[in-house]
Design a protein around this ligand. Structure first.
Ligand code: SF4
Length: 188
């Protein structure tokens, strides 16, 4: 077999590199891959929107026995095309964290301790106070006699956990009450 100078250098370089890698304990031989079964294989998939910010990335939520087992970006969603920022990637914890709030806590005026209260009590209390404030501050007409039907004594701040339809209803309700200071957390 004839060996050119270029072939000799290439062969000897390859041999030297192979010897070096062997000394370093590196094996370049083919390895056997073992694919693990997807944990979402038998899960039910539902699509939704990330509640954290105004970008509105699409998500796929995988649930099994009504428990969330995985959250990932939706590759078919036109906004994020499957990608998520670090907040979206940690969204799984919103459903699974043991620190998640599951009860209503109330701290009375000048109180220093939180009290556990029922949803019925809290909603009734909020409604009472909203009505009381609105009744005392509602303005039908401004100083020029123009109909305004508003109150400046209350403000509304929507949360990013609300979806489109909830935001629509929320905005409708607040405007019906006469609020003009209506904002959303995702815009701040
Ligand atoms: S994944 Fe990140 S960028 Fe997308 S909506 Fe959620 S918080 Fe916003």
């Amino acid at each position: 077999m004839s060996l050119t100078r270029r072939g000799f250098l290439a062969a000897s370089g390859t041999t030297a590199l192979g010897g070096l890698l062997a000394k370093l304990g590196l094996d370049l031989g083919p390895s056997v891959a073992h694919a693990e079964a997807l944990k979402t294989r038998y899960a039910k998939e539902s699509t939704t929107i990330c509640p954290y910010c105004g970008v509105g990335c699409g998500l796929i939520i995988s649930t099994m026995n009504r428990n969330v087992i995985n959250v990932e970006g939706d590759p078919d969603h036109p906004i994020n095309k499957g990608s998520l920022c670090c907040k979206g990637q940690s969204l799984y914890q919103v459903a699974t964290s043991p620190r998640r709030m599951t009860k209503v806590l109330y701290r009375p005026p000048r109180g220093s301790q939180w009290q556990e209260v029922s949803w019925e009590w809290a909603i009734s209390r909020i409604a009472d106070r909203a009505k009381e404030t609105r009744d005392h501050t509602f303005t039908g007409k401004d100083e020029k006699g123009r109909v305004v039907n508003r109150t400046h004594a209350m403000a509304a701040l929507g949360g990013a956990a609300l979806d489109n339809e909830e935001c629509y209803l929320y905005g409708k309700l607040m405007r019906a009450l006469g609020l003009v200071f209506i904002e959303h957390q995702a815009r701040i």
